[in-house]
Design a protein around this ligand. Structure first.
Ligand code: NAP
Ligand code: G4F
Length: 338
């Protein structure tokens, strides 16, 4: 079996590569050219991978790679994946996150690989926007309404619909994994959970720190997310492609945690309790009576998605998928390995 992974150098790409190698796949990974090395997440398995330069937004490149390797499975994990950044990079985000997947779908179709090649598209719980609140729902499943509230989510919604369209119009095995947030010690440094763990471990609670301690500057404390471990999610991605029929699946833990609670949980791993004082942008967190956390509107988004929690019932029933990590063991792994 040959798997082609777009986005192999990212968090999910690295865990998925490990999983597929364990299963005996030949893994071909597409990496971007960058001015500094971007392979740190896969360096430990580099000699087992076939790595090629490429870019999902380069149509000819995508066609050439798919024609050359004729993969059995394609995982499209490539994306400008930062929601806040997408407000500043609207068109770029659209080029990569919407038209990139289209390049892959077209290449498979036009290369006569329809019967041979399955495609996984990394869709996202961001597609739902604030549906939980506006529709008074308790959790989000495959049938919940989608109302994206960021350029990132709008681009991903285009790709989501193109996947459904290709499945119906061309009878292709192409599927969306609609994944809730997932994290790990390999998470990008500017996502909120990684930022909090790095601040705690190498900033506030670092015993080697001689200078004045850096405070944590944070955005919306009351946003909540359904945080899972990326290792659990890549198992789910693979299972989705092993079904006899192509279908979309929601993956998530079904447990919501606020940013505020995540900070408290991380601090408690270091034996500290956070005391909150003030409200809104004036709210501050104190540890042992010392100011440690300040709300900074710089991290607010022009349009915020305040609440997400998935309902993975279909995945549990049809894929027999169960997350192994809880929010607490996820934090343990991150505090230990970040
Ligand atoms: P990530 O760490 O940001 O990785 C993204 C990957 O895409 C990186 O390898 C990146 O390369 C690559 N990439 C970016 N632009 C590209 C382009 N134009 N052509 C080829 N490759 C490109 O993201 P992740 O957390 O692993 O997420 C994987 C996918 O799942 C993404 O599509 C994301 O949108 C989606 N998703 C993530 C979550 C989550 O919570 N993690 C939830 C739902 C959906 P560089 O290393 O060179 O930057
Ligand atoms: O960690 P975040 O940046 O992740 P976000 O926006 O939920 O997006 C991630 O999950 C999506 C799936 O739901 C993926 F599709 C997407 O690719 C990405 O992986 O922010 C989480 C929450 C937000 O509500 C944000 O406003 O944390 C809030 N937040 C508060 N302070 C902050 C900060 N986010 C960041 N990045 N930095 C802060 O200082």
């Amino acid at each position: 079996m040959i798997a082609l992974i777009f986005g192999i150098t990212g968090q999910d790409g690295s865990y998925l590569s490990e999983l597929l190698l364990e299963k005996g796949y030949t893994v071909v990974g597409v990496m971007r050219r960058s001015s500094s090395f971007n392979t740190s997440r896969i360096d430990h398995i580099r000699d087992k991978l076939i790595l090629v330069y490429g870019d999902v937004s380069d149509t000819a490149c995508v066609f050439e790679l798919i024609n050359k390797f004729k993969p059995n499975e394609i995982y499209n994990l490539a994306a400008q994946s930062h929601v806040a950044v997408s407000f500043q990079l609207e068109k770029y985000t659209m080029d990569v996150d919407a038209l990139g997947p289209l390049n892959i779908l077209q290449a498979v179709r036009m290369s006569n690989l329809i019967d041979k090649c399955k495609v996984y598209q990394a869709s996202t719980s961001e597609l739902y926007g604030n549906t939980l609140i506006t529709h008074n729902l308790t959790s989000l499943d495959e049938n919940s309404p989608m109302n994206p509230v960021s350029p990132y989510a709008i681009a991903k919604l285009y790709a989501y619909h193109m996947v459904k369209h290709y499945r119906k119009a061309f009878n292709m095995f192409v599927v969306n994994g609609i994944l809730q947030n997932h994290e790990s010690s390999r998470r990008g440094d500017n996502f909120v959970t990684k930022k909090i763990v790095l601040w705690a471990k190498y900033g506030w609670f670092s015993t080697s720190l001689k200078e004045e301690k850096n405070k944590l500057h944070i955005g919306r404390l009351d946003s909540s997310r359904d945080w899972s471990h990326a290792k659990d999610m890549v198992r789910g991605m693979w299972s989705i492609l092993q079904q006899s029929e192509p279908e979309d699946f929601v993956l998530g833990s079904g447990v919501r945690t606020t940013v505020r609670s995540f900070i408290e949980k991380v601090c408690s791993k270091f034996g500290a309790k956070v005391e909150w004082r003030g409200e809104g942008i004036d709210e501050q967190g104190y540890i042992n009576d010392e100011l440690a956390i300040v709300v900074d509107p710089k991290y607010y988004r022009p349009n915020e998605l305040s609440d997400l929690v998935g309902n993975p019932t279909k995945a549990k029933e049809k894929l027999n998928w169960q997350p192994e990590y809880t929010i607490d063991t996820l934090i343990d792994e991150r505090v230990e390995n970040s």
